[in-house]
Write a protein that binds this ligand. Structure first.
Ligand SMILES: [Fe+2]
Ligand SMILES: [Fe+2]
Length: 283
């Protein structure tokens, strides 16, 4: 069984990424019914670099406040708990990707940019489709290709073969992975997300972002991540290692009930928010 194979791989590797403690703490706190701005601000304040990022984000051109916001508590109120959680996760993922050095020319930094691009893309699409849980969609987009990181680090030789195969044949990464590994990065990502105890919806977004198992039970969140992945690839925001821009599944667009006339403003917004997010996250 494929999942048994993946679990064996995950169990045997000594380099599994871990989620940053501050993210775990914040997630627990935000799940509690009595979470307050003060408690959330306290957790962030314990991590000075993170606190600085939250302030930089709230003071970025994107929010456009005329006066500088200097208090962490005010920043948390303005951004909202969920956006703060997204920022913390994105920062953690940046650190996680930075830790994994691969020796075979695969650009992890570009994959990180692609992940931010997909997260931003999925969120902008989710907002346009008026989904209620846009920050969950952001998290799903951010983690959608995490399986590639696991492969690059833990199956380096086969991973090079996959990367070269994609460049030579022009087929998609999951096709090459299925042939070379017998499983693909969406399945590995799913196994890791389950191990991390991510909510079922996030696991679903990671597992099905290519809609490779058909679109019968396609949810709106998965559709948003799928479209986010396609649009950020079309805009060339970072790179996930594919040779061609992946085709968008027609059903994903339909299920989100978006009009074709919305595509241009959506793409424009993704480009702008991406630039802003990358500059805040890298600072
Ligand atoms: Fe993917
Ligand atoms: Fe991707």
């Amino acid at each position: 069984m494929t999942s048994a194979k993946i679990n064996r791989m995950l169990a045997s590797v000594d380099q599994l990424p871990t989620l940053p403690t501050i993210y775990t703490k914040l997630s627990e706190l935000l799940r509690a019914p009595d979470s307050t701005v003060q408690k959330v601000s306290q957790v962030i304040a314990e991590d000075q670099a993170m606190a600085a990022k939250v302030l930089r984000l709230v003071n970025s051109a994107f929010y456009g406040f005329p006066k500088r916001i200097g208090s962490l508590q005010r920043a948390v109120v303005i951004l909202g708990f969920n956006e703060v959680k997204s920022l913390v996760l994105a920062t953690g993922v940046l650190q996680m990707f930075g830790k994994f050095k691969t020796e075979h020319g695969f650009d992890m930094d570009k994959l990180w940019e692609h992940s931010i691009g997909c997260a931003v893309g999925a969120r902008v699409v989710a907002e346009a489709a008026q989904l209620s849980n846009v920050e969950d969609v952001f998290a799903g987009g951010l983690m959608h290709d995490i399986g590639k990181v696991i492969h690059a680090v833990n199956l380096p030789k086969e991973f090079v073969n996959v990367v070269n195969d994609v460049q030579e044949t022009g087929r998609s990464m999951i096709e090459a992975e299925q042939e070379i590994f017998g499983f693909d990065h969406a399945e590995t990502g799913q196994a890791l997300a389950e191990k991390w105890g991510f909510p079922a919806k996030t696991v679903d977004m990671i597992a099905n972002h290519h809609i490779s198992n058909g679109s019968d039970k396609l949810g709106k969140e998965v559709a948003a991540v799928h479209i986010g992945n396609t649009l950020c690839s079309a805009l060339a925001l970072g790179s996930g290692g594919e040779k061609h821009v992946p085709m968008a599944n027609q059903k994903a667009w339909q299920i989100l009930d978006l009009k074709l006339s919305q595509l241009e403003p959506i793409m424009g917004k993704i480009g702008k928010v991406f630039e802003e997010s990358v500059s805040v996250l890298r600072s």
